[in-house]
Structure formats: C-alpha cells, structure tokens
Design a binder for this molecule. Structure first.
Ligand SMILES: NC(=O)c1ccc[n+]([C@@H]2O[C@H](COP(=O)([O-])OP(=O)(O)OC[C@H]3O[C@@H](n4cnc5c(N)ncnc54)[C@H](O)[C@@H]3O)[C@@H](O)[C@H]2O)c1
Length: 272
C-alpha cells in the first residue's frame, strides 16, 4: 500500500462546499483528502455548504470541522486560518478552490467586473497563502499549499480577459511563494483544470478524441482532485512552484491542424 503521508494531517480547504450546478472541485478534493486520512477544516462563505461537506466527510468515517468566512476579505481569511489551526492543531496542507469568471469582450469589461474577478481569483489566494504561510513557518514542520488556476492562465482567455490575467497571477504566486517558503520545507503548487464545466461525468471513460478541443475526453472534478491530492501528498515532496495541467490534452493541440491526409501529402518530402 502506498503511503501518501496525509494520515492525521490538518488540511484547510478554502471553498470546500458544493454548488450542485458547478464542477464540485471543493467537495471532491475534500472527500479525497479525507479518504487519505487527513482531518479537514472545510471553509466556505455559505454556512450550509460548509457544514454539508463536513457532515459528508464525518458520515464516511472521516474528521472535519466547518469554518464560515468570506475569503475575499483579508481579515476574515486570517480569522478562518486561525480557527482552522486551533481546531485541527496544525495546518499541514492548504487547498484553495475559490474562483469564477465573468464574461465580456476585452475592450468592454467594466471596472466592477475587473475588480470582482481579480479579488475572487487572485487577491484571495494571496491572502490565504500569506496567512497559511505564516502559520506553517510558525509550526516549523513544513507543509504544502495548492491553488486552482486554469488553462486560461496559460493560453488566451477570450471573452474573460480578467479571469485569464488573474489565473496567470495565481501561477506566478505559486512560483514566488514556493521560492520564498521553500527554506521552511513548504511547497506551493497550482493545478490548472481544463473545461470541467459542470463535471463532465456523462462522458464515457473510453471516449477519446471525439471533439476538437481534447485529445482525451475532457477532465472531471475527480481528475482535478487527484492532481490536488498528489501535490498535497508526500509523493510530491520534491515538487514545488509547478502548475499541473489537467485538461485532457487541450493545451497541447498543435497549431497547424495536422491530420492523416496532410501527412500523406508531405511524407517523403523535405519540407519545414
Ligand atoms: N469548472 C471548470 O471548468 C473550471 C475550469 C478551470 C478552473 N476552474 C476553477 O475551479 C474553481 C471553482 O470550482 P467549483 O466550480 O467546483 O467551485 P464553486 O464555484 O462551486 O465554489 C466552491 C465553494 O466555494 C465557495 N465560495 C465561493 N466564494 C467564496 C468566498 N468568497 N469565501 C469562501 N467560500 C467561497 C462556494 O460557496 C462553494 O461552496 C475556481 O477556482 C475556478 O476558476 C474551474
């Protein structure tokens, strides 16, 4: 049996609840971390959702407490980290789920939509990494922090420019916090999901290469949670500052639309 090193560890998940029509990354990450033996602080802005995931973990035999806070507010984020540390005894792993996009043409975006997007996708990660970073440094036993970025922070983010810029910022924060906190044994990484939409659970497991975006089938929330679990675990103890893309291969598609007919035309020739 492979030991993930998570048994008995204190884990804070920020945005742990589940809104049914959304992907459910917070819930799926929380369930997997609890299944690996971690004790969880489930932080959410909505008390019912925070309690809901904590109860689901306990019903499955795990240990969890609910913390209610708006994590886009620096003071509330700091208070949530204090509550989680007091309740769990230590924060050894921290996972940030929160984020969302607003849509418009790049030249039309309002100030309000820009500010909301940066606050919800980037500033709150900064507040959380700062507060948890201080806590982990104080504990002196290292740790792991993971935030959800997006493939939109790597490629263009057409019609949601602020979201792409904010997620690129998350990828940058993971690198910088990783460099600065590495000497305390603290690792910091990100996971960049492709389009999980509302879960993609209706795709058959063996449905490959059937759309123009994903060479594999598109990712599901369980695929994102597996990446979060890996980066949180001792399996990744020499991995830091990285962004693990989980997108069914979407961002590696070639730019030239190569297919069998094109290859047949060029085969044997000497073309660039
Ligand atoms: N679904 C996709 O296709 C996709 C693709 C790429 C990246 N992502 C990223 O996944 C994350 C969202 O995942 P989801 O849709 O499963 O989550 P979600 O939006 O359903 O939110 C999860 C929980 O976070 C809570 N929350 C929201 N704002 C909060 C706040 N200010 N303070 C505390 N809690 C708050 C919500 O109440 C909810 O229970 C985002 O970071 C998003 O950018 C999603």
């Amino acid at each position: 049996m492979i030991d993930l090193g998570l048994s008995g560890k204190g884990v804070l998940v920020s945005g742990a609840g589940h809104i049914p029509e959304r992907a459910g990354h917070g819930r799926m990450c929380s369930l997997k971390l609890a299944e690996a033996g971690a004790r969880l602080a489930c932080v959410d802005i909505d008390a019912g959702r925070a309690r809901g995931i904590a109860q689901e973990i306990e019903a499955a035999g795990g240990e969890a407490l609910a913390v209610v806070a708006d994590m886009t507010d620096r003071r509330q984020a700091e208070r949530a980290v204090d509550e989680a540390a007091a309740g769990l005894g230590s924060i050894d792993v921290c996972v940030d789920i929160i984020g969302g996009a607003r849509w418009d043409r790049a030249e039309e975006f309002s100030q309000e939509d820009w500010d909301w997007t940066i606050q919800n996708n980037l500033s709150q990660v900064f507040y959380l990494f700062q507060a948890v970073g201080k806590q982990m440094v104080k504990q002196g036993t290292g740790g792991s922090m993971v935030a959800l970025a997006s493939v939109d922070g790597i490629n263009a983010a057409a019609m949601h420019a602020p979201y792409g810029a904010a997620k690129a910022g998350v990828i940058s924060l993971a690198k910088t916090f990783a460099q600065e906190l590495g000497r305390h044994g603290i690792r910091v990484n990100a996971v960049a999901p492709g389009n999980v939409g509302t879960g993609n659970e209706d795709w058959p497991d063996n449905q490959w290469a059937v759309n123009s975006v994903n060479p594999l089938a598109p990712p599901r929330s369980r695929d994102i949670a597996n990446a979060v679990l890996f980066l949180s675990s001792s399996m990744a103890e020499r991995v830091t500052g990285q962004t693990l893309i989980v997108d069914g291969g979407a961002v590696i598609r070639d730019l030239w639309g190569m297919h069998e007919e094109v290859v047949a035309r060029f085969r044997g020739g000497d073309y660039d």
